[in-house]
Write a protein that binds this ligand. Structure first.
Ligand code: GAL
Length: 370
């Protein structure tokens, strides 16, 4: 009895002192690839993520991973963190929880990747889009899913999942190259073949992002056609569905992990190749119109390990706070054997005229932006 009491007392002391001694130290820099602790001292768990700003607060949403290979499936849901300075993040908990109902589209153990939240000024709702794979079906469902909330931190309510744009052909204009067009009576290549196969039921939607333009219009950009081709598709005014207007980008070249931003009226996109969890060279594109033509510009990374994006894969590009025309490249360094240990590589984007450049830095802060 006495033994139990003594050990309880010891625990109390340890718990109390750890709170005092180990309270999370304030950070004032980014350390790409290092453990990044939240306000509770726990490595941030928001992989394949994106950020939405609301009233001066930044909300980071990403895949909550658990330990081991099991962490490559959604055991918990989408985790949210908040910050005012981008260095120090407060744990806001699980914003969208997977369901215990095995019949739900977002049943526990499904694959739910690359969540991106956008705020709709008209409806005043936060809308979360993500890549969804149904439980037990590997990567074959290739659906997009969405959830909504009244508050940035949630809780988000799952709305639906589906394959976009069934029965609809891409939008063409004078700038559309022949290579980006498709003729389903005679598909010209493998990717066209996948497009035509999926035309009746809707197009495959895997790696993705959502981009909101200055005029409030939102676009869903996703790897489609068995990951051979990117689609850029317009969303409805409430951001809850696709309008049916879309284009194909860089047909047949397997672009994944798209992240889009706009600088001085020009649209930029950065993405990766298609090698699963293994890193590969990043690639970037630019265009004068959201509808293209999107010009392939090569690898934006420079220096050692530029050919493997420093071990990472793009997930989002964030406008630097208070620095007009300056942007932060956000990437994930995946750890598929122990998914929870995935790291975050945030690096500043530099522009050499209109040329996008990314270089490795062990440590940096927002003063780098002039
Ligand atoms: C990557 C993709 C990740 C995940 C992974 C699975 O290429 O970007 O989001 O889907 O493949 O192998």
């Amino acid at each position: 009895m006495l033994k139990i009491k003594t050990s309880c007392f010891l625990w109390l002391i340890i718990a109390f002192s750890s709170n005092v001694v180990f309270a999370q130290k304030k950070q004032n820099a980014f350390y790409p690839g290092q453990l990044w602790k939240d306000d509770k001292g726990v490595h941030i768990n928001a992989h394949g993520g994106g950020i939405v700003e609301s009233k001066g607060v930044y909300y980071w949403f990403g895949e909550h991973k658990v330990a081991g290979e099991k962490g490559n499936t959604a055991q918990v849901g989408v985790h949210c963190y908040s910050s005012k300075d981008l260095y120090n993040w407060k744990d806001e908990g699980i914003a969208l929880r997977v369901s215990d109902d095995l019949k739900s589209d977002i049943a526990k153990g499904c694959i739910l990747e690359r969540p991106k939240v956008v705020y709709n000024k008209k409806t005043k709702k936060f809308v979360m889009w993500f890549h969804l794979e149904l439980l037990g079906k590997g990567y074959e469902a290739a659906r997009t899913g969405l959830a909504v909330a009244d508050k940035a931190t949630g809780p988000y309510t799952f709305v639906k999942s589906y394959r976009p744009n069934p029965g609809i052909l891409p939008f063409y204009h004078e700038g559309t190259s022949l290579a980006d067009q498709v003729n389903c009576t005679k598909p010209a290549n493998k990717s066209d073949g996948f497009f035509c196969r999926d035309l009746p039921g809707g197009q495959m939607a895997r790696d993705m992002t959502v981009f909101v333009d200055d005029d409030g219009k939102a676009y869903h950009i996703f790897s489609s056609e068995e990951n051979f081709t990117l689609h850029l598709a317009e969303l409805s005014d409430d951001y809850l569905s696709h309008t049916g207007k879309f284009i194909r980008i860089y047909v047949g070249h397997q672009t994944e992990a798209p992240a889009l931003f706009k600088k001085d009226g020009t649209y930029y996109m950065v993405g990766s190749g298609c090698t699963g969890w293994d890193p590969n060279p990043a690639r970037w594109f630019k265009s004068n119109s959201i509808w293209g033509p999107w010009e392939y510009m090569g690898n934006p990374c420079i220096g050692e390990n530029a050919n493997i994006t420093y071990g990472g894969q793009s997930t989002y590009v964030l406008p630097a706070p208070g620095k007009k025309g300056q942007f932060i490249f956000m990437a994930d360094k995946w750890a598929p054997k122990n998914a929870i240990d995935g790291r975050y590589l945030w690096l500043p984007i530099k522009f050499n005229n209109q040329k996008m450049e990314i270089s490795w830095l062990d440590k940096w802060d927002l003063n780098i932006f002039k």
